[in-house]
Write a protein that binds this ligand. Structure first.
Ligand SMILES: Cc1ncc(COP(=O)(O)O)c(C=O)c1O
Length: 437
């Protein structure tokens, strides 16, 4: 038999035979706490029989139906999205098979809209310096994620880029009171220098995902950015692939502020990991304009797959019935308290950050000067490996100049004692790695 390369590039290979609740079980039967919820995906936890049944039922009904048509599972997903989840102003739904495709579709929808309303020159979308939006050429290019662009640079389309807010390392000074306005001014400078009439949209995560490790902007940032975008006719495209569907303790991450994005992008938690699904949700104004212009919003063959929509309908219903968004908020508070207790005085941890059950630490060589460890030491990779050895799976983060980040995003059913273990193993792993350096 031919031996096949898996993964594509040689790397660490672990076999997980089973997962249940917040635990993964490897092929030796070892129990591992899934403190990362996979890739910050498994919001309702593993092994939910009713999701399995719903997926099986949808698969029995049909293996496949073209995405624009309705099926019982698509209707069930739309019903729960409309009744419990989406902000009232977002009425148009386009489904893909993941976050990358959803961001790509959202950017195209923004471009279509601007063309449709006669803004023919609005062809640019602004991205941010610390961000991740996906793997296609366009989404990789607009991402502020240098590590994921190696070997591609010459071929990537160009997008204007503005600095992501990073309060810990704001050039005005750490946690400077004017940091929010500082970063808003940078965005206005880019809009003006590129030419306001050339900008179609601004794509950003409300709280930065793993590229920055839950970097949270100052509270005045998002309201001012929203005003700025509407003043300049720029659509605000909120990438909530990681932060959406309860992860940060609100239904959507942007709801920590009083703002209304024009387009909301989701993935990961939408179907809780039970099936591949991404979602783009846009306002009626956008949908109508594109409809009237008769532009296509082309589907992916596997977008809105009936089995994936069945999984989403069930996962989102479980979250409502079990009040898991509230639980993400309250258990998130507990996790953050424990992380602060463990790391606030730690000489090598610069910051504990995030909201709800999305948290991260930034490891540094020196807490006072914020000096980083040498990149070749691969500190966060070693901490993740050590955590795994001690039975907890964390999600490594950071890119380029942002490094040595360890993220956490456990299922919302995580208990206090499991949070205690997540924090104590993290402390042990950080100490072991630093000791070895
Ligand atoms: C914020 C954000 N956007 C987009 C993506 C890409 O989604 P996918 O991996 O499902 O294509 C990710 C994946 O990590 C993400 O975190």
């Amino acid at each position: 038999m031919q031996k096949l390369g898996w993964p594509f590039l040689a790397g660490r290979n672990i076999t997980i035979n089973k997962a249940d609740g917040v635990y993964l079980y490897d092929d030796r039967g070892r129990e591992i706490i899934d403190a990362a919820g996979g890739a910050i995906v498994a919001n309702v936890g593993h092994g939910r029989d009713r999701v399995v049944e719903a997926v099986a039922e949808a698969t029995r009904q049909h293996s496949y139906v073209v995405p624009p048509w309705l099926t019982p599972s698509r209707q069930a997903m739309l019903d729960v999205l409309g009744e419990h989840w989406l902000p009232d102003h977002l009425t148009r739904v386009h489904c893909t098979s993941g976050g990358t495709e959803a961001n790509e579709a959202a950017m195209k929808i923004a471009l279509h809209y601007q063309q449709a309303i006669g803004e023919a020159n609005r062809t640019k979308i602004i991205g941010r310096s610390i961000s991740y939006h996906g793997t296609t050429l366009a989404t990789a290019s607009i991402s502020g994620h240098p590590n994921r662009k190696h070997g591609l640079l010459g071929a990537l389309p160009k997008f204007p880029e503005v600095a992501s807010p990073y309060p810990l390392r704001c050039p005005l000074g750490s946690y400077h009171p004017n940091a929010g306005q500082y970063y808003v001014d940078l965005l206005e400078d880019i809009i003006v220098s590129e030419g306001p009439q050339s900008i179609a949209g601004f794509l950003a995560e409300p709280i930065i995902g793993s590229s920055g490790g839950a970097i949270t902007p100052p509270d005045d940032y998002w309201p001012a950015v929203t005003d700025l975008c509407s003043r300049y006719g720029v659509l605000l495209i909120m990438d909530e692939v990681m932060t959406g569907f309860g992860r940060t303790g609100k239904k959507f991450g942007h709801q920590h502020w009083q703002i209304e994005p024009d387009i909301l992008v989701s993935g990961k938690g939408l179907a809780g990991g039970y099936a591949p699904l991404g979602g783009v949700f846009a306002s009626e104004k956008i949908g109508l304009a594109i409809e009237e212009a008769n532009y296509p919003v082309m589907f992916n063959t596997f977008g809105a797959h009936p089995a994936a929509c069945a999984a989403a309908a069930e996962v989102l219903s479980i979250m409502v019935e079990e009040q898991l968004v509230q639980r993400s908020a309250s258990m998130g508070d507990y996790l953050h308290q424990q992380l602060h207790a463990a790391f606030d005085q730690h000489p090598n941890v610069a910051e504990v950050r995030g909201k709800g059950l999305f948290a991260a630490i930034e490891i540094v060589a020196d807490r006072e000067s914020l000096e980083k460890f040498d990149i070749d030491l691969q500190v966060s990779g070693r901490v993740v490996a050590s955590g795994l050895k001690h039975g907890v799976f964390y999600y490594g983060g950071g890119t380029g100049e942002v490094r040595d980040i360890v993220c956490m995003g456990p299922p919302f059913i995580v208990s206090e004692s499991q949070c205690d273990q997540i924090v104590s193993v993290l402390r042990q792993s950080v100490d072991e790695v630093i000791e070895a350096i």
